[in-house]
Design a protein around this ligand. Structure first.
Ligand code: SF4
Length: 362
C-alpha cells in the first residue's frame, strides 16, 4: 500500500503543508489524506505523529480512559471473510455467557474503578431484544456503569429499546467504506444498511463508534482516505482502527497482515481530522506489534479497553489469531498500567469518559 514516497523537497513541503492545515483546522482533502498515509520518510512520519499527539493533548488532554470489555457470545450469523467468528468456521467451539456471569464481570469492572462496560458479541440470533434490555437494566441498576453495546446490525426498534433500557453508546465499525471491498469481504451484508444503522443510532442519541480495518487485501490508500472521510462525515464519537490479521480458519488465511506502521498513520490522521473523538489503542495492533498500544497512545489514541471476559471464554473470542494473548501485552490493570502511563505523562481518566467536543487547552 505504501507506494509513494515523499522524499523530494517539493513533496516534503506539500506534506508539511498538509499536516499544518490539518493541525490548524482539521481540514484535509482526500488527496491530502492520501499524501499523509503515503509518508515514507521517518522524519516526516515523526512530524505526523507529533502533530496528532498535540491535537490529542489539545482536545482530549492527558487522560487515558479505560473501558472494560466483556465478550459475552461468540455465535455469529454472518460470514465475514476476515473473521474467525464467521458462521462457516465450524472448528470454533461456541459459547454464550449466562446473565449472572456477565453481571459478575460488570461488578469486577466497577470494582476496578472503570466507569464503562462494553458488551460485545457476534451477531447472535439468540440474543433477543428482551434479553439484552434486561441485561442493560440490571447492569445499570446494580453498577451504574456507562453501557456501550457492540452487538452488530439490528432493527431500528431494537436500537430504540436498548436506548430506553439505558444503553449509552454503540460501536458498529464500518470496516471499510469501499462498497466493492465491503461486498467482497462481508457477503450478504449491505454497505448502505450499515451506514443507515449508524445514522439511526446517532438520531437515537447514542454516542456512536465506528472505524475500519487497515490492510485488507486489495485495499489502497485512497480507500483508507475514504474511510477517514466517512468517519468524519458521520461525526463518530469513537473511532476504532485496527490492522487486518489473517485468521487461519478463514478464506483470507494466506493473505499478509496489515502493517502496524500504516495503522498508526491512519490513527494519527483520524485524530487530526476528528479532534475530540475517543480513539482506542486497539488490541489488534498490540497483537502484531507488542509495543503497538504505546505507539498508538503517542499517535493520537486516548482509550484502552482491558478485557474482562472470563479466562475460560477469552481464547474462544478469536476474531483474529493471537487476540487473547495480546491483551497481556498491556500491563495488568491497575497498578502497572497506571505507572506506565505516568511515565509517559498520561493519567488514567476519571469520570464517565463521554466525548468532550470543545478544545480543552490552547
Ligand atoms: S466481523 Fe462481526 S459480523 Fe462479521 S463474522 Fe465477525 S463477528 Fe460476525
Amino acid at each position: 500500500m505504501e507506494s509513494a514516497t515523499s522524499t523530494s523537497d517539493g513533496a516534503g513541503m506539500e506534506t508539511g503543508a498538509a499536516i499544518a492545515d490539518a493541525v490548524r483546522n482539521g481540514e484535509l482533502t482526500r488527496e491530502g489524506i492520501v499524501r499523509l498515509l503515503e509518508i515514507a520518510d521517518p522524519e516526516e512520519l515523526q512530524k505526523l505523529f507529533i502533530a496528532a499527539d498535540a491535537i490529542r493533548q489539545r482536545f482530549v488532554g492527558s487522560e487515558v480512559f479505560l473501558r472494560g470489555i466483556v465478550e459475552f457470545s461468540n455465535f455469529c450469523r454472518r460470514d465475514c471473510l476476515y473473521c474467525g467468528l464467521r458462521l462457516s468456521n465450524r472448528d470454533l467451539p461456541r459459547y454464550r455467557m449466562e446473565e449472572g456471569e456477565i453481571l459478575a464481570a460488570a461488578h469486577r469492572i466497577k470494582a476496578a474503578g472503570i466507569s464503562t462496560i462494553v458488551l460485545q458479541s457476534g451477531e447472535d440470533p439468540c440474543q433477543s431484544t428482551v434479553r439484552i434490555c434486561r441485561l442493560i437494566r440490571r447492569i445499570k441498576d446494580e453498577t451504574s456503569l456507562v453501557v456501550t453495546l457492540s452487538v452488530g446490525e439490528r432493527p431500528l426498534g431494537d436500537y430504540l429499546a436498548f436506548r430506553e433500557a439505558g444503553a449509552n453508546r454503540y460501536l458498529l465499525k464500518q470496516e471499510t467504506s469501499s462498497p466493492e471491498l465491503y461486498a467482497r469481504f462481508r457477503p450478504g451484508c449491505r454497505h448502505e444498511e450499515r451506514q443507515q444503522c449508524l445514522r439511526h443510532l446517532k438520531e437515537l442519541g447514542y454516542e456512536i463508534g465506528t472505524g475500519n480495518i487497515v490492510g485488507l487485501p486489495g485495499q489502497n490508500t485512497a480507500d483508507l482516505a475514504a474511510d477517514l472521510l466517512f468517519i468524519r462525515e458521520i461525526d463518530a464519537d469513537m473511532v476504532g482502527i485496527g490492522p487486518f490479521i489473517a485468521h487461519p480458519q478463514t478464506p483470507l488465511a494466506p493473505c499478509p497482515n496489515g502493517s502496524p506502521a500504516m495503522t498508526l498513520k491512519v490513527l494519527a490522521v483520524a485524530r487530526l481530522l476528528t479532534r475530540s473523538t475517543n480513539i482506542p489503542a486497539t488490541t489488534a495492533l498490540a497483537t502484531i506489534a507488542p509495543q503497538g498500544w504505546r505507539d498508538a497512545l503517542q499517535s493520537g489514541a486516548n482509550v484502552i479497553m482491558p478485557n474482562f471476559t472470563p479466562v475460560v471464554y477469552r481464547g474462544l473470542y478469536e476474531i483474529y489469531p493471537g487476540k487473547s494473548s495480546a491483551s497481556t501485552n498491556v500491563p495488568d490493570f491497575p497498578e502497572m498500567l497506571e505507572q506506565e502511563l505516568r511515565d509517559s505523562g498520561r493519567i488514567i481518566g476519571t469520570g464517565s469518559g463521554f466525548r468532550k467536543r470543545q478544545e480543552i487547552s490552547g
